[in-house]
Every structure is written in structure tokens, then in C-alpha cells.
Design a protein around this ligand. Structure first.
Ligand code: AMP
Length: 449
């Protein structure tokens, strides 16, 4: 199938060509014809399937006709990052259409948003709380709304946004077209769909199973050796762009700091950071300035960074479905990716649950030469335990070869708190006999800069 089949407006086709899309993805193939016909749609699909264009393209097509300067289409998303990402897709696909969009989310001032609304936009990409604020202040009305898309509905449910979403939809005209996209369909999301969509068509892509282009491996490891093992993995793998998940914001920050101190181009993304710092971390990761991003599920959910080669679960996800969300970040658009999961003994039940969900056993891997029997005192770093809070002092300088070496580092980036780009210097961290690999890696990193 080709995009020609959809008979989009030539100015929309120009945007599709600019992005280099040759053929629609399966979700686009199935959703677009019905969306163009005005039908309500439920799309069960993860990020990485091309779902954003599946709802943005029919939206642009509809907006090509009719009045400009009024908010006629709205996309409701759970996070600011996702809102920005969707806005980017609208701007790229709609580049030649003159259709304008605005993002409305909290954590930033109202004034810029109000000015943009006043200048006139046709699409609003919103987070529920800030949209309600605008409605209450009277800076936006939904009277002209023709289309609403709820994106990542299951995450909005997880984050407690469904009551707000219901309130918003009650304020929207009843004869609108509604589309709902969700990676999974918990009962609460099903109920929302039943209440708010009319005779929807359901399209399901790839169920909850992870994308086929990702290879998975479990690395059993005691908790206190996680960071050492992670570093071994980073050293041994041709990992060009790595997203590392931790259980908590605190652990994401600590691990990001530790890796940056070790000389990696690493930064972190989590909800304790200001919006500016989150955006800087994400932009830096997208541009390749940072090769490693440590993140929590919520911060990274739905984020589309196409070049990610590796997803590493430093901490096991809380649910099997969260595993598929996480590893959906790599292996995008037919590229191949690898997903490594560090698993402690207490994670056994979750490993089984993941295997049940994806319908196949996960490969267990060990790293040859890695000292799995090392005691806490010889391998003492983990995300919650950097040298600054270590209780036992090192026995001798080499005892903590896997810990962050205390050496003078370049000053931190003011925005992200991470060390600037440079080739990692692994002195004291690598074992002997690995200088060739170190040199190769140094060159690789240098050529990336
Ligand atoms: P999404 O699932 O919307 O986050 O999209 C995942 C990635 O696929 C994004 O980087 C899109 O630019 C890309 N993409 C979407 N549609 C297509 C297409 N038809 N052909 C090639 N890449 C696409």
C-alpha cells in the first residue's frame, strides 16, 4: 500500500515525503481510512508503530477545509514530553499546510500559551490539568472542536488523569470525532472508551508483545553488583544510544550522575527535574550529545527516540506490560535493538510474568570473567549508593575499581547537571588486556561528537 491511496491533500503529501515515509505502517493502514471517513477509532498500539501519524494525518486532512484560527482538533496526552513530541510530528507533517498548533501543559507560564492561542491555532496538544485551567480561565473554549484524540490512555489512567479527561470530554461538542490510543486496555480505559466513543472501530497492532526487532536477555545479578555489571555491559556492547530504566527518580538521578562521573556521556530524565532540564536531557539524548539516558518509566513513556540501540532495565519494571513499554523504545521502525534486564533473585516472579506475556522464555546471560561472587565491599556502587554516601571506606585505592573514581572531572552542564561530551576515560575501571577495545570505543565516541 502507498500513501497515495489515502488521497491526502498535496500539501500533506509533501510533508509525508519530507519525512521520508514511503509506505504506511500497519496501524496507519488500518486506522487512516476509517478516521478519514469520520469514524471513532480505538487503536491498541505501542509507541514505535507509527500511531502518531495515524491520528495526525487524518486530523490535518480534515483541517485543510473549513475555518482557520479556531481550535478544531485536540490531542490529550499524559506528559509534556509526549505533547512536545506530537507537536513536532504535527509541525513536520503539516509543514506545508499552514495549520498551526499549540502545546498546553503545566510547569511553564500561561502567557506564552495564551498569546499563541490568541494568534490563532487549529490544533491544541494538551495535558489534562493545564487544559482545564485554560477552560476555567476562559482563555480557551472547546465550542469549535471537531476531533479529539486521547493518546496513551492507559498511562493517563495510571497517572490518575481519567476524571479530568472525562470532564474535558463532557465540555467538548457531542458530535465530535474521537480516537483513543493505548498500548494496553485496562478495564478503566475500556469503560472510558465505552462512555465517550460512538460505535468505535478497534484496531489492534502487535498486542502487548514486544516488537520483533528486539532481542532480549536477562542478566541475573545480586543487587549490589548491578552497577558493576551495567558498566561491563556498556563496555562489551556496541551500545551507541542507551536508555536505562530505574525504579525511582532518585535512582535515575544517581545512576546518571555515577555514569557521567565515570566519563560516559550520560544524563537523566525524571519527574524531579524542572521542565527545562527535562527538555535539555531529552534534546541532548536525541541529538546524540548524550549517549546514555537514565530514566523512570513515567518520564520516558511514549518518548520516541528512533536511534536507541539498547534498552537496559537496571531495575525490573513493576508490571510485565511496563516491560513491553520500556523495550518498545528500541528496535523502532524496523531497526534492530537489544533489551537487557538486570534481574535479582527477588525479580524471579516478574521474569516469569514477562515470559508469559511475551509468550517465550527470556534468554539468561552471564558475562564471562565478571566476578559474580564479589562482596559488597569490593564492588560497591549502585544507584542508591554512590561514594559520597558509602558507609565502608575503600580498603585500598583499587578496591573500588567499579565505583566512581575520584578524579577531577570537567565542570557540569548547567542545564542538565551532567558532564559534557567527551570520550570516556575508563582508567582504573577496565581490566588489563582491554586497551584495544577501549581505544576503539574512544574513537567511536569521538567520531560521534
Ligand atoms: P510513533 O509510534 O508514532 O511514535 O512513531 C514511531 C516512529 O516511526 C517515528 O519516528 C516516526 O517518524 C516513524 N514513522 C511513522 N510512520 C512512518 C512511516 N509510514 N514510515 C516510516 N517511519 C514512520
Amino acid at each position: 500500500m502507498s500513501f497515495e491511496t489515502f488521497r491526502f491533500h498535496p500539501q500533506i503529501n509533501a510533508g509525508i515525503r519530507d519525512l521520508g515515509y514511503h509506505a504506511p505502517t500497519p496501524i496507519q493502514e488500518q486506522v487512516i481510512p476509517h478516521a478519514l471517513a469520520g469514524r471513532d477509532v480505538i487503536g491498541i498500539a505501542q509507541t514505535g508503530t507509527g500511531k502518531t501519524a495515524a491520528f495526525v494525518l487524518p486530523m490535518l486532512q480534515r483541517l485543510m477545509r473549513g475555518p482557520r484560527g479556531r481550535v478544531r482538533a485536540m490531542i490529550i496526552t499524559p506528559t509534556r514530553e509526549l505533547a512536545e513530541q506530537i507537536q513536532g510530528v504535527i509541525e513536520a507533517l503539516g509543514k506545508h499546510t499552514g495549520i498551526r498548533s499549540v502545546t498546553l501543559y503545566g510547569g511553564v507560564g500561561y502567557q506564552g500559551q495564551i498569546q499563541r492561542l490568541r494568534r490563532g491555532v487549529e490544533i491544541a496538544v494538551v495535558c489534562p490539568g493545564r487544559l482545564l485551567d485554560h477552560l476555567e480561565r476562559g482563555t480557551l473554549a472547546l465550542d469549535y472542536l471537531e476531533m479529539v484524540t486521547l493518546d496513551e490512555a492507559d498511562q493517563m489512567f495510571d497517572m490518575g488523569f481519567l476524571p479530568d479527561v472525562r470532564r474535558i470530554l463532557r465540555l467538548a461538542p457531542a458530535d465530535r470525532q474521537t480516537m483513543l490510543f493505548s498500548a494496553t486496555m485496562p478495564d478503566a480505559v475500556r469503560a472510558l472508551a465505552r462512555e465517550t466513543l460512538r460505535d468505535p472501530l478497534t484496531v489492534q497492532i502487535g498486542r502487548s508483545a514486544p516488537v520483533a526487532t528486539v532481542t532480549h536477555a536477562i542478566y541475573p545479578v545480586p543487587e549490589h553488583l548491578k552497577t558493576s555489571l551495567l558498566i561491563e555491559l556498556l563496555e562489551r556492547t556496541n551500545a551507541r544510544s542507551v536508555l536505562i530504566f530505574t525504579r525511582t527518580k532518585h535512582r535515575a538521578q544517581r545512576l546518571g550522575d555515577t555514569l557521567a562521573r565515570l566519563g560516559y556521556r550520560a544524563t537523566s530524565l525524571h519527574g524531579n527535574l524542572s521542565q527545562n532540564r527535562r527538555q535539555a536531557a531529552l534534546d541532548g539524548f536525541r541529538s546524540g550529545r548524550y549517549q546514555i539516558l537514565t530514566a523512570t518509566d513515567i518520564a520516558a513513556r511514549g518518548i520516541d527516540v528512533t536511534h536507541i540501540t539498547h534498552v537496559i532495565n537496571y531495575d525490573m519494571p513493576q508490571t510485565a506490560e511496563a516491560y513491553t513499554h520500556r523495550i518498545g523504545r528500541t528496535g523502532r521502525a524496523a531497526r534492530t535493538g537489544e533489551a537487557f534486564t538486570l534481574a535479582t533473585r527477588s525479580d524471579t516472579a516478574m521474569v516469569r510474568a514477562i515470559e508469559r506475556l511475551i509468550g517465550e522464555p527470556l534468554k539468561r546471560e552471564t558475562i564471562p570473567g565478571f566476578d559474580y561472587n564479589a562482596t559488597a565491599s569490593t564492588h560497591e556502587i549502585h544507584a542508591d549508593d554512590t561514594p559520597s554516601c558509602r558507609s565502608t571506606p575503600p580498603r585500598h585505592p583499587e578496591a573500588h575499581i567499579h565505583a566512581a573514581p575520584r578524579r577531577r572531572s570537567a565542570p557540569r552542564d548547567q542545564e542538565t547537571g551532567a558532564r559534557p561530551v567527551r570520550a570516556p576515560r575508563m582508567t582504573g575501571m577496565l581490566r588489563t588486556g582491554r586497551s584495544d577495545r577501549r581505544e576503539a570505543r574512544r574513537k567511536r565516541y569521538a567520531s560521534d561528537e
